[in-house]
Design a protein around this ligand. Structure first.
Ligand code: GLC
Ligand code: MG
Length: 559
C-alpha cells in the first residue's frame, strides 16, 4: 500500500492531534457552593486542563433539564441549566477555552427529550397540533396493554400510557425521556437548528448521545423474550436499524459538512465491521465511540447480573479490530472510561494496585492510534466506590439494574455486588482536587458523596509527586506531542498469542515505537528486541529489556 492509500502522510486535523477530555459537569468543579459542578467551576480549571495538553472538552449536557437522568433529559435546548449557570457563563467559557486552544464540545441529546420539553407537552395534548407526531405514539392493545414487548434500557416497559392523549408513547430510556420521531422531517430540521445554534456560539463539535437508536424498525414488531418478564431489550430491537444513516447524512449535510469541528457519535452496538459506514469520507461522523472493548462482559443489552467473564485476549482482539477498521478510513476515539462506566483500574485489572493499573492503561490510552478521550479523574487514578445500600445510589440505571438482579433471583447482597462492579455512580463521584473534606470540589454539600480515597488520590498532591498517576499522564502527553509517530504512525499488534501482555508497534517512515503492557501480577518475559527504553510506568529507571514487572507498561524505540 502507498502512503496515500494508508493515509499515513495525510496532514491531520486539530482534533486528531489533540487530547480530548470528558467533563461530567455535575461533578467537576462547583463555583457557588450549591454542591453541583457548574460552568464557572470549569472556567476556573482551564489551566489544569491545558497542562494536560487537552485541546477539546466534551461537556455532558448543560441545557435546561429536570435532571431525571442528570441532564440527559433536555427540556430546552436553547437555554442553560440554571444549576450550571447562564448563557453568559457559557459564552465566557467558550471564549476563554478558545484562548487556551481548547474547543468546547456539546453533548447533543436528540434520540429523546425530557417529558417537560414544550414539544412533548404539546404532543401529549392531542392528535391535531404541530407537535402531535413528533414522538412515537401508539394505541393500546385491545386488552389495554402496551403496543409491544420492548423493555426500556433503564428497565420496565419501553411504553408509558398518557392519560391526556389516550395513547402510549415510546421511550428507550426512562419514562421521562420520550423518544423523538425522526421519521418526521420537521423533527430532523429541529435537530439541525439546535446544532446550528450552538455552532453559532462557537462550539468545537458535538458528541451525539445514544445515536444508534434514532431509527425504529418498521411496524415496531414484538421480539423474542430474552428474560422471564417476557420482554426483549429495546436495544436489541432498535440498534443500528437500516435507514438510520440516511437521517444522519441529512444532519451532516445541513450542519457539520465542511466545518472545522468534529462529531463523535455514541454508538454502543455499532461494531468495528460497521465503522466504515459511520465514519470516514463516506460516513456521517468523524469518529464514533464503539463499545466492543468496554462491554466485553455483554453480548447485547447490558444486564449487569448477566455479565460474563473476559480475558486479555478479548480486550486485545477488540482494540485491534477497531484500530484496523480505522487504519485507512475514519478516525478512532480511544477511551476506557466515561460517565456510564465504572472506573478502569478495577474494571481492567481487578484487585491490582490502582496506581500501577491506572498507569498501565494510560500507556495504552495515549499511544494507540486515534484521539485519546480522558474522563475526569481517570488521570488521577480515581477508583470505584462501595456504598452500603442501594438507596445511597443516585444513578437511575443502578437502581433499575439492582431490581433486575432481584427479579433474576439474586439475593440483595449479591445484587449490590453488581452495583459495586458496574454502577455509573462509580465514575460520577466529585472530582478530587485536594485532600480536604469535600476534595476541594465544593464549599457546600456535594450532590454525591466524595470517594474516601481522595485523601491520597487528588490533583494537588499528585502535582507535587513526580511518580503520581497525574505526572505519568503528563509525561505521556508530552511524549505524544514530541513524537510524530504517535499521532500519525500506523498500528500493528505484536505478541498476539500472549495471555498476559498487550503489545503494539506504532510506525512511520522514520520511527518505530512499541508499547508493552503487562496485564498480569507476575513478571513476564517478552522477546522483543528494543533499541532504547523511553519510559516505564514504574518511573524508577529499573526496567530492563526483555522483562516486564507486574502491571508494568514500557514504551520503547525499536531498531
Ligand atoms: C447515553 C448517556 C447516558 C444517558 C443515556 C440516555 O448513553 O451517555 O448517560 O443515560 O444516553 O440519554
Ligand atoms: Mg454549583
Amino acid at each position: 500500500m502507498t502512503n496515500a492509500e494508508t493515509g499515513l502522510n495525510k496532514e491531520l486535523l486539530w482534533w486528531q492531534k489533540t487530547i480530548a477530555y470528558e467533563i461530567y459537569v455535575n461533578s467537576f468543579m462547583d463555583s457557588d457552593g450549591d454542591g453541583y459542578g457548574d460552568i464557572n467551576g470549569i472556567r476556573s480549571k482551564l489551566s489544569y486542563l491545558q497542562e494536560l495538553k487537552v485541546g477539546a472538552i466534551w461537556l455532558t449536557p448543560v441545557y435546561a433539564s429536570p435532571m431525571v437522568d442528570n441532564g440527559y433529559d433536555v427540556s430546552d435546548y436553547y437555554s442553560i441549566n440554571p444549576l450550571y449557570g447562564t448563557m453568559e457563563d457559557m459564552e465566557a467559557l467558550i471564549a476563554e477555552a478558545g484562548e487556551k486552544g481548547i474547543g468546547v464540545v456539546m453533548d447533543l441529546v436528540v434520540n429523546h427529550t425530557s417529558d417537560k420539553c414544550e414539544w412533548f407537552i404539546n404532543s401529549s395534548k392531542g392528535k391535531d397540533n404541530r407537535y402531535s407526531d413528533w414522538y412515537i405514539w401508539r394505541d393500546a392493545k385491545p386488552d389495554g396493554s402496551a403496543p409491544n414487548n420492548w423493555r426500556s434500557i433503564f428497565g420496565g416497559s419501553a411504553w408509558t400510557w398518557s392519560e391526556e392523549r389516550g395513547q402510549y408513547y415510546l421511550h428507550t430510556f426512562a419514562p421521562e425521556q420520550p423518544d423523538l420521531n425522526w421519521e418526521i422531517p420537521e423533527v430532523r430540521q429541529a435537530v439541525c437548528d439546535i446544532a446550528n445554534f450552538w455552532l453559532g456560539k462557537g462550539v468545537g463539535g458535538f458528541r451525539m448521545d445514544a445515536i444508534p437508536y434514532i431509527k425504529k424498525p418498521y411496524g415496531l414488531p414484538d421480539g423474542p423474550a430474552d428474560a422471564p418478564d417476557g420482554m426483549v431489550s429495546v436495544h436489541d430491537m432498535t440498534v443500528n436499524t437500516d435507514g438510520i444513516l440516511d437521517f444522519l447524512k441529512e444532519f451532516k449535510q445541513k450542519v457539520t459538512a465542511g466545518k472545522d469541528i468534529f462529531t463523535v457519535g455514541e454508538a454502543n452496538g455499532v461494531g468495528p465491521d460497521d465503522l466504515k459506514y459511520w465514519i470516514g469520507d463516506n460516513g456521517v461522523f468523524d469518529m464514533i465511540f464503539e463499545f466492543s472493548h468496554v462491554n466485553m462482559e455483554f453480548t447485547g443489552a447490558e444486564v449487569w447480573c448477566q455479565a460474563r467473564e473476559w480475558t486479555l485476549k478479548d480486550l486485545k482482539r477488540a482494540l485491534t479490530a477497531s484500530q484496523t477498521a480505522t487504519a485507512s478510513n475514519g478516525w478512532y476515539p480511544v477511551f476506557f472510561e466515561n460517565h456510564d462506566k465504572p472506573r478502569s483500574p478495577g474494571h481492567y485489572f481487578g484487585d491490582a494496585d490502582p496506581v500501577l493499573a491506572s498507569k498501565a492503561l494510560a500507556a495504552v490510552l495515549l499511544t494507540l492510534r486515534g484521539t485519546p478521550f480522558i474522563y475526569q479523574g481517570e488521570e488521577l487514578g480515581m477508583t470505584n466506590v462501595r456504598w452500603d445500600s442501594i438507596d445511597d445510589y443516585n444513578d437511575i440505571d443502578s437502581r433499575s439494574q439492582y431490581d433486575t438482579a432481584l427479579d433474576h433471583g439474586f439475593e440483595a447482597k449479591d445484587a449490590m455486588e453488581f452495583v459495586y462492579r458496574f454502577s455509573r455512580d462509580n465514575a460520577r463521584t466529585p472530582m478530587q482536587w485536594d485532600g480536604s473534606d469535600n476534595a476541594g470540589f465544593t464549599s457546600g454539600r456535594p450532590w454525591l458523596p466524595v470517594n474516601d480515597d481522595h485523601v491520597n488520590v487528588n490533583a494537588q498532591d499528585e502535582m507535587q509527586d513526580g511518580r503520581s498517576v497525574l505526572a505519568w499522564y503528563k509525561t505521556l502527553a508530552a511524549l505524544r506531542t514530541e513524537n510524530h509517530v504517535l499521532t500519525h504512525g500506523d498500528y500493528r499488534e505484536v505478541m498476539e498469542d500472549s495471555d498476559s501482555i498487550f503489545a503494539f508497534v506504532r510506525s512511520d517512515e522514520n520511527d518505530k515505537l512499541v508499547t508493552l503492557v503487562n496485564f498480569s501480577g507476575t513478571d513476564q518475559v517478552c522477546d522483543i528486541e528494543v533499541e532504547e527504553i523511553l519510559l516505564s510506568s514504574y518511573q524508577d529507571g529499573g526496567s530492563i529489556p526483555g522483562r516486564l514487572r507486574p502491571y508494568e507498561a514500557v514504551i520503547a524505540r525499536l531498531p
